[in-house]
Design a protein around this ligand. Structure first.
Ligand SMILES: NC(=O)c1ccc[n+]([C@@H]2O[C@H](COP(=O)([O-])OP(=O)(O)OC[C@H]3O[C@@H](n4cnc5c(N)ncnc54)[C@H](OP(=O)(O)O)[C@@H]3O)[C@@H](O)[C@H]2O)c1
Length: 211
């Protein structure tokens, strides 16, 4: 599959992005492991991971793709990994739980910290606002949201994002998930060996209010 980077955070820079096919889809669906973007774009995604404090995925992406969310195709530090798993149903065998880098699981069930793995309990209301508050209180200043569709949509609709980085592939698939739609100002388009990187700015950023 493809995932490109990123999104949110607090006072610092906020970025969001995702892999999008020319026909407006992203990879997705059961057992869908297609990479959308090319090697140059994937290397760029790893560079972005090395430049931001954290990288976040939703429950279904963690389960479907078993991502490592580390920096392999670039040099630099690994980001903190963040996953939303409200009911703690993700299997502990996933790469995300291998304790190889700091990982935070935002959920509705428990608060624990062991080694590199933290479970942080939130209540059901204003989930994203609470999540961002928790990150800020832990000194995490930026987060890249790598997907999937529902998670990207919830960040984009919440207004808690600064920048969207959309990697558009030259490939066309006949199926997939619809790429998120959002309003933002197109700042630039860059060519990446056949792929295109579109950079958007959110002109209506919702600030994170510390509680
Ligand atoms: N560029 C790409 O092509 C790309 C990138 C990444 C992923 N993907 C694909 O996308 C698919 C998964 O996408 P998806 O949309 O099905 O799922 P997803 O976004 O990975 O996960 C969705 C789940 O995360 C939780 N969640 C997300 N935002 C939340 C919020 N604001 N508040 C509370 N909970 C929230 C919800 O859990 P609950 O259901 O428990 O409420 C939601 O059902 C996979 O097939 C993956 O391969 C594609």
């Amino acid at each position: 599959m493809s995932s490109e980077v990123m999104q949110t955070i607090a006072e610092k820079r906020r970025v969001d992005s995702k892999g999008r096919l020319r026909n407006g889809l992203i990879a997705g669906g059961p057992k869908d492991q297609r990479w959308i973007s090319n090697a140059v774009s994937r290397q760029l995604v790893h560079r972005w991971r090395s430049e931001e404090d954290s990288v976040l995925v939703g429950y279904r992406t963690a389960l479907a793709d078993n991502p490592k969310l580390n920096v392999r195709d670039w040099t630099g530090r690994n980001p903190i990994r963040i996953v939303i798993d409200k009911n703690l149903s993700l299997p502990s065998t996933l790469h995300l739980f291998d304790k190889s880098q700091k990982t935070i699981v935002f959920n509705l069930e428990k608060d624990t910290e062991h080694d590199n793995l933290s479970f942080v309990k939130l209540n059901g209301t204003d989930f994203l606002s609470q999540l961002l508050n928790q990150l800020l209180s832990r000194g995490v200043q930026s987060v890249i949201v790598e997907g999937g569709q529902a998670t990207l949509n919830s960040f984009l609709q919440s207004g808690f994002w600064d920048e969207a980085r959309v990697i558009e592939s030259s490939s066309t698939f006949l199926d997939g998930l619809e790429a998120p739609r959002f309003e933002g100002k197109l700042l630039s388009t860059t060519f990446l060996a056949g792929d295109k990187l579109h950079l958007f700015q959110n002109l209506k950023v919702k600030p994170v209010v510390l509680k």
